[in-house]
Design a protein around this ligand. Structure first.
Ligand code: BV8
Ligand code: ZN
Length: 237
């Protein structure tokens, strides 16, 4: 085994209460476009401009077309070795926790029983009138989709910029960070808060990062693996 994978295995095997944080990069090798990478555009719109309450209020049809496109892309995506390694790793560590910013559901699909999907899920819809929340896997969706109960306009069950994160999910993440004995950050540009601030809460835990690019977290990393997550973790699965 090459020295990087040997060092990575040693650092991760030693942890009993690891906090694993993932972003769009962990799904890149499953063919799911990242937010800020070259494929972060959709019909010349940037994700940050569409993933907002303002964009949805202004043009719910356009925002739903973007989400419907993402849902159809994700529906054919399968977990890659990065998802699988994380699932196996945490299966042996009941005190560990996976917090993902991704809304693609691939950690759950890879067999992780209870991932903290801290920015919500593409497969959840919520009524803007009566608040009813449901799983809706229809592809394509009627645009704009309406609530079965009250006929109100549905919105995607995700957290948009400027919206608070679900309190219970954030609580679980903050609690895990406080007691973590390792923080493993995979595939995130670490620019979106409050998730990007979680590693700093794990004061006495070493930080390991897997990302082909440096991020604002890299200087604090004990070990920064400059590699694509699926490629790097495949031989360790
Ligand atoms: C909040 C869900 C407060 C929707 C998302 C200034 C102005 C305005 C706002 C702010 C501001 N400063 C801070 C804020 C707050 C804002 C924020 O942080 N903005 C940033 C951009 C500056 N945060 C918020 O608004 C949050 N809410 O603060 O509320 C509040 C409190 C109380 C009451 C009211 C309000 C909400 C943030 C959540 C937004 N929702 N998504 C959807 O998905 O449609 S964020 C979105 O970005 C996704 O969740 C995505 O996951 C996330 C982060 O992006 P990444 O996952 O990191 O993806 P990215 O493309 O950026 O990077 C990919 C990385 O992978 C790269 O580093 C690349 O190198 C790497 N990579 C590529 N290939 C691979 C790889 N790595 C490994 N292997 C590979 N093969
Ligand atoms: Zn309703």
């Amino acid at each position: 085994m090459d020295p990087d994978r040997k060092r990575f295995s040693r650092l991760t095997a030693a942890a009993l209460r690891p906090l694993v944080i993932t972003g769009a990069g962990v799904s890149a090798e499953s063919g799911v476009p990242t937010f800020r990478g070259v494929d972060g555009l959709w019909r010349s719109h940037r994700a940050e401009t569409l993933a907002t309450p303002g964009a949805f209020a202004a043009d719910p049809g356009l925002v739903w077309e973007w989400y419907d496109w993402r849902r159809s892309r994700v529906a054919t995506a399968r977990p890659n070795p990065a998802h699988r390694w994380i699932t196996g790793y945490l299966a042996e560590r009941p005190s560990g926790l996976l917090v993902t910013q991704n809304v693609d559901g691939l950690h759950r699909l890879s067999g992780l029983p209870d991932p903290v999907e801290i920015h919500g899920s593409l497969w959840t819809v919520r009524c803007t009138v009566c608040g009813a929340e449901a799983e809706d896997r229809r592809i394509p969706l009627p645009i704009p989709p309406r609530c079965a109960g009250c006929g109100g306009l549905l919105r995607p069950g995700v957290v948009w910029f400027g919206e608070p994160l679900p309190a219970a999910a954030l609580e679980r993440a903050v609690t895990a960070a406080a007691v973590a004995d390792l923080v493993l950050v995979v595939g995130t540009s670490a620019v979106v808060y409050p998730v990007a601030g979680l590693p700093a809460l794990a004061r006495d835990a070493p930080l390991v990062e897997i990302n082909p690019e440096p991020t604002p977290l890299s200087p604090a990393a004990m070990f920064a693996v400059r590699a694509r997550a699926g490629e790097f973790l495949a031989p360790l699965c």
